[in-house]
Design a protein around this ligand. Structure first.
Ligand code: GTP
Ligand code: MN
Ligand code: MN
Length: 383
């Protein structure tokens, strides 16, 4: 039983960036429900609704104890009518009916599967669904034209949907460090994204690259990518160039949330090291094809042969000595490095909230490039 006095203890800032963050979530039943609805909204290109559910989920995660009654939520920010309805449903019935029906819906399942392909966003997935494509098999059969990213994404679908571990992130970090050392000595690599926040797994690995001498970083990305390519580390890469300084009037006030750093979306071919290997004994990693194929000799019916062939494919997959991992590389000049690290550390909601707070409470504009004081006539970056 929670007393009224305890209820009053929940005093939480409406800005997520002003809250102490924790890995301890006392309300995962509620945050799971709200996060799923946020994800569903995002998958349906309803960004406003997505943010509202993300804010509500983040707020529930920030509470110091488990919520068991609606009365505990009185006066809390970030909880809209819809989120409150979902929370009430979970508290009273154990589950939210809206969440359950979403999870079961054909459209949600298809959106999840299709956007699970690297290079496929909500818009493409929606178009495919309208053409009757709900899964990978139907996509393959449909003869849809796929772009280079999507082809790679489909090819490495299973690998890319398997969470990346911190050990794998560190292994890739060493490769990236070696790459920048080889092309420009003194370059620095920082691990950003979820791993910098202490997450144990991620959907990709994010790196920010710079050089302590301003200007030296110009032209660095193509060289790093060429080195990685020459060493066979890249299964896919697409580099987009810096556009921050492109406007004729010099660095203008950033217009959107997207930054303008030179950036490389890539898929790494990561050789499995000792720490990633399965717990099988050493000699089994040397398994030769003929050892796995041998049982085929004894197969005397088609069905048995089919079984054995399936086993062989599974064996082969489990003995694959490398795996595909999504990696984001970003190059920043040293003068913008601090803002870039902040902007690339995430989470997405934290960054959004930090910018909202800067704008509304401090009359400043924050981006991954700089912090501007809006009261100054010309936009001098704040140092
Ligand atoms: P997982 O990768 O799923 O573990 O989570 P994550 O937090 O690392 O997410 P993600 O890799 O998508 O993004 C990491 C950070 O980079 C987030 O804070 C994003 O806001 C930021 N980010 C990603 N893409 C862009 C971009 O194009 N521009 C800017 N400015 N930031 C970006
Ligand atoms: Mn990431
Ligand atoms: Mn990323």
């Amino acid at each position: 039983q929670i007393s009224e006095a305890e209820v009053a203890l929940f005093s939480v800032s409406s800005y997520a960036c002003q809250r102490r963050t924790t890995l301890d979530n006392h309300n995962s039943n509620l945050t799971d429900a709200l996060s799923l609805l946020a994800e569903n909204a995002e998958l349906n290109n309803e960004d406003g609704r997505g943010v509202a559910f993300r804010r509500a989920a983040a707020l529930m995660k920030a509470l110091p104890t488990q919520v068991i009654s609606m009365s505990q939520l009185r006066g809390l920010p970030c909880l809209g009518e819809h989120s409150l309805r979902v929370i009430k449903d979970v508290l009273e019935n154990g589950v939210s009916s809206e969440v359950e029906s979403t999870k079961q819906s054909k459209r949600y399942k298809a959106l999840k599967i299709l956007t699970g392909i690297f290079g496929v966003g909500a818009k493409t997935a929606d178009r495919w669904i309208r053409e009757g494509i709900y899964n990978l098999e139907q996509l393959r059969d449909s003869g849809q034209t796929l772009n280079r990213a999507q082809k790679s994404g489909l090819e490495h679908y299973d690998d890319l949907n398997e969470p990346v571990t911190k050990a794998e992130a560190d292994a890739i970090g060493e490769i990236v460090q070696k790459a920048v050392d080889s092309v420009l000595t003194g370059s620095q690599v920082a691990l950003t994204g979820g791993f910098r926040r202490g997450k144990l797994t991620g959907h990709d690995v994010d790196f920010l690259i710079t050089h302590p001498e301003e200007g030296k970083e110009v032209g660095l990305m193509p060289k790093v990518v060429a080195w990685l390519e020459s060493q066979g580390f890249l299964l896919y890469q697409k580099t987009t160039r810096n556009s921050y300084l492109e406007s004729k009037d010099g660095p203008a006030r950033p217009a959107s949330n997207m930054d303008r750093f030179e950036r490389c979306f890539s898929i790494f071919k990561l050789t499995k090291g000792k720490e990633q290997e399965s717990t099988q004994p050493e000699e089994q990693n040397d398994l030769k094809t003929k050892d796995v194929l041998r049982p085929h000799m004894q197969a005397d019916t088609d069905q048995q042969l089919c079984e054995l062939s399936k086993n062989y494919q599974m064996e082969a997959a489990s003995h694959k000595i490398w795996r595909a991992v999504r990696v984001d590389l970003v190059v920043s000049p040293i003068s913008q490095f601090a803002f870039a690290v902040l902007g690339w550390t995430g989470s997405k909601l934290f960054e959004r909230e930090l910018r909202r707070w800067a704008g509304h409470e401090k009359n400043m504009s924050l981006s991954s490039h700089a912090l501007f004081d809006n009261t100054q006539l010309c936009f001098h970056p704040v140092s």
